[in-house]
Design a binder for this molecule. Structure first.
Ligand code: ZN
Ligand code: ZN
Length: 327
């Protein structure tokens, strides 16, 4: 079964999918994403693979008969895709050449366009989980895409803030954040012509950098070819900085944020929603994890155990070391 259940307390949907429990245990050395597995082409650079056990699917089953007039259910319409970054089982984003990463950016763009053609899909979220600290056992480099049939609550909150700020100030909230960080400088880690990496003043993750487009744009389809190359470069440098920081594969959750699609209630959204990437690395120091415990989970009271002005210094130094190595 797979269905959406309405949470009347949060006014948001919960995706329920019991078949995910029955995922087969694969033999230890079997990787479905490696060429030769029979699951992927023999020869690929980057590849879109439809999730074998999707929570959201284009032809979802009817919800189980467990709801009521009060407890609403809804079909789990949407799409879950796996995006393979490379045929190399042990490669990392930061080790792949920029020309290769450009192909990944092209694939993300293609998927955004393709998924937005399904009018029931309202938000396309591109993301990556990396490392056993965030529950990933499969080292093969990959990310995922979820096409949700609704705008999830957190995204709605951010969209509404961006819309209000725009109405009050006639300026994009994300452009304003970049402006402020550029001016203050202390939390900026690196940049290039088109993108900037910084630890935003307010983030609750000690190493939770954002990558923002310097120009106001809302999604991949608005990128020039040059911007795609510079985005590939900044992704490589950001993840390379992370891996250099503690001389080990750095765990993270990463989300790519673009405007919602097929959502007339956010009519002129491209005026005020701005393309960016957020990282949520679970580490607070080399060997300690930042757990989201009762206060964070139960009250959404965010807490950062480190000074961002200090972790910014660590990240800038790691970036320098990465650049020396990369030359
Ligand atoms: Zn593999
Ligand atoms: Zn903007």
């Amino acid at each position: 079964m797979a269905e959406l259940r309405w949470n009347p307390l949060l006014r948001d949907w919960t995706m329920v999918a019991a078949h995910r429990q029955n995922r087969p245990d694969m033999p230890k050395d079997f990787c479905p994403f490696c060429p030769g597995s029979g699951k992927v082409p023999q020869d690929y650079d980057v590849f879109k693979y439809d999730n074998d056990f999707p929570v959201l699917s284009p032809n979802p089953p009817e919800p189980d008969d467990v709801g009521s007039a009060f407890y609403k259910t809804r079909k789990a319409h949407g799409k879950c895709e796996v995006i393979l970054y490379s045929p190399e089982h042990n490669a990392s984003l930061c080790e792949l050449p920029v020309e290769h990463l450009k192909k990944l950016v092209d694939l993300w763009t293609e998927r955004f366009v393709e998924l937005s053609r399904d009018e029931e899909i309202k938000y396309i979220f591109i993301f990556e989980n990396r490392g056993k600290e965030v529950g990933v056992t499969m080292p093969h480099p990959h990310g995922q895409i979820y096409g949700y049939p609704y705008i999830p609550l957190k995204l709605k909150v951010e969209l509404n803030s961006a819309r209000s700020y725009f109405e009050e100030n006639q300026q994009c909230l994300f452009c304003k954040i970049v402006e402020e960080e550029e001016e203050m400088e202390v939390r900026v880690i690196l940049d290039n012509e088109d993108f900037i990496v910084y630890l935003p003043f307010f983030t609750d993750y000690p190493y939770g950098v954002y990558i923002s487009a310097k120009r106001h744009m809302s999604n991949f389809t608005q990128f020039t070819e040059g911007e795609k190359i510079n985005f590939a470069k900044i992704l490589k440098e950001t993840t390379g900085t992370f891996d250099t920081l503690f001389h080990k594969k750095f765990p993270y959750m990463m989300g790519i944020y673009q405007n919602p699609v097929n959502s007339p209630e956010y009519g002129n959204v491209q005026d005020y929603y701005h393309f960016h990437v957020k990282f949520y690395p679970p580490l607070r120091a080399e060997n300690s994890i930042k757990y989201n415990a009762s206060s964070e989970t139960g009250a959404w009271a965010a807490a950062n155990p480190r000074s961002l002005e200090e972790t910014a210094v660590e990240l800038r130094e790691a970036y320098k070391r990465f650049k020396e190595k990369d030359l």
